[in-house]
Design a protein around this ligand. Structure first.
Ligand code: NAD
Ligand code: UDP
Length: 322
């Protein structure tokens, strides 16, 4: 069935791929974005499709639209971006979610929240199942994002309990791929950009901290399956690749694949940087029949190939925090 679908944050790294997929599937897609951490070029190729519209809007302000489904991806995601204006970050998660949940309630629309593994903070349980309640520093520099996303989950579940709003909440673990902003400061984009331009690779701390990296196509497939799942599958549900790598291993693999023999250099670890991260995806396998298919080496090769096609100077660093 063709649906009218709103993708908030639809011009971003993940949002633009989701829009592409929904447009291909024949849906009527409204991409809403304030372009804080993205640019129109991410969705330029969709602009001439009759089933795609682009709206510049900030979700902190209400907006009236008539839709069947809403995906809420609007939020700065990279630490340098969300720490640039932490109060605004909190407003986006809380006021933005209230505005979109209000729209879902009014339109009787199904609504999806892009939550995050950051709700687990610096976890004492490894790997992290959805039942783990997390270890977040509520007053640290990452709190605006972590606590904002936690509060957004609370709002989603309260709308679900009070108003029977049809919600879907997924907790995304580090995801990478083509169309990451080259100046977002995230580890994969930093390492590839540095490796390609012959710079030193900046490892924060001793590089023993781990992350689990999911390729964006795998993740978007998980989004679609969660949205299409039976109505009792509301989440929260982890989506990520359980392959766990230290940051030093990621640096070495990137240098090997780019082939420029870059030097690894060590810089101070940012405050509250989680020491390890690995999703337990038992629930996603059970309820969505989903698991990632693209291993890190293959995904990195595709991402490096894309970075070779762009001119980083075409991208505006969104914040001076990069
Ligand atoms: P991104 O920065 O590329 O995308 C976010 C998009 O939201 C951008 O286009 C940005 O301009 C837009 N935006 C920001 N504030 C807005 C506002 N107030 N109103 C309207 N639009 C706004 O990042 P991404 O990696 O594509 O992340 C998308 C979503 O997934 C985010 O909610 C993020 O928290 C979540 N997530 C991503 C990852 C990851 O590894 N990529 C991990 C966990 C969670
Ligand atoms: N990191 C790094 N060098 C960089 C950028 C990031 O060593 O140039 C580290 C960072 O300290 C963290 C990990 O890589 O331990 C992942 O960082 P990212 O900002 O991508 O995402 P996070 O999972 O911390 O939100």
């Amino acid at each position: 069935m063709i649906k009218r679908i709103l993708v908030a944050g639809g011009a971003g790294f993940l949002g633009s791929h989701l829009c592409e997929r929904l447009v291909e599937d024949g849906h009527d897609v409204i991409c809403l974005d304030n372009f804080f951490t993205s640019q129109k070029s991410n969705v330029e190729h969709l602009l001439d499709k009759s089933n795609f519209e682009l709206v510049r809007h900030d979700i902190v302000s209400p907006i009236l639209l008539e839709v069947d489904e809403i995906y809420n991806l609007a939020c700065p995601a990279a630490p340098g971006h969300y720490q640039y204006n932490p109060i605004k970050t909190m407003k986006i998660s809380i006021l933005g979610s209230i505005n979109l949940l209000g729209m879902a309630k009014r339109c009787n629309a199904k609504i999806f929240q892009a939550s995050t593994s950051e709700v687990y903070g610096d976890p004492e349980v490894h790997p992290q199942p959805e039942s783990y309640r997390g270890c977040v520093n509520p007053i640290g520099v990452r709190a605006c994002y972590d606590e904002g996303k936690r509060a957004a989950e609370t709002l989603f579940f309260d709308y679900h309990r009070m108003n029977k709003t049809n919600i879907r909440v997924c907790r995304i673990f580090n995801t990478y791929g083509p169309r990451m902003h080259p100046f977002d400061g995230r580890v994969v984009s930093n390492f590839i950009r540095q490796a390609l331009s012959g710079e030193d690779i900046t490892i924060f701390g001793d590089g023993s901290q781990t992350r689990s990296f999911c390729y964006r196509d795998d993740l978007v497939e998980g989004f679609i399956r969660l949205m299409a799942a039976p109505d009792d599958v509301v989440g929260p549900i982890n989506l990520g690749n359980p392959g766990e790598y230290s940051i030093k291993e990621l640096a070495e693999l990137t240098v090997e694949l780019v082939g420029n023999n870059n030097k690894l250099i060590y810089q101070p670890l940012p405050p509250d940087d989680p020491t390890r991260r690995q999703p337990d995806i038992t629930l996603a396998k059970k309820h969505l029949d989903w698991e990632p298919k693209i291993p890190l080496r293959e995904g990195l090769e595709k991402t490096i190939a894309w970075f070779k096609t762009i001119n980083p100077e075409d991208y505006r660093p969104p914040t001076p925090n990069f």
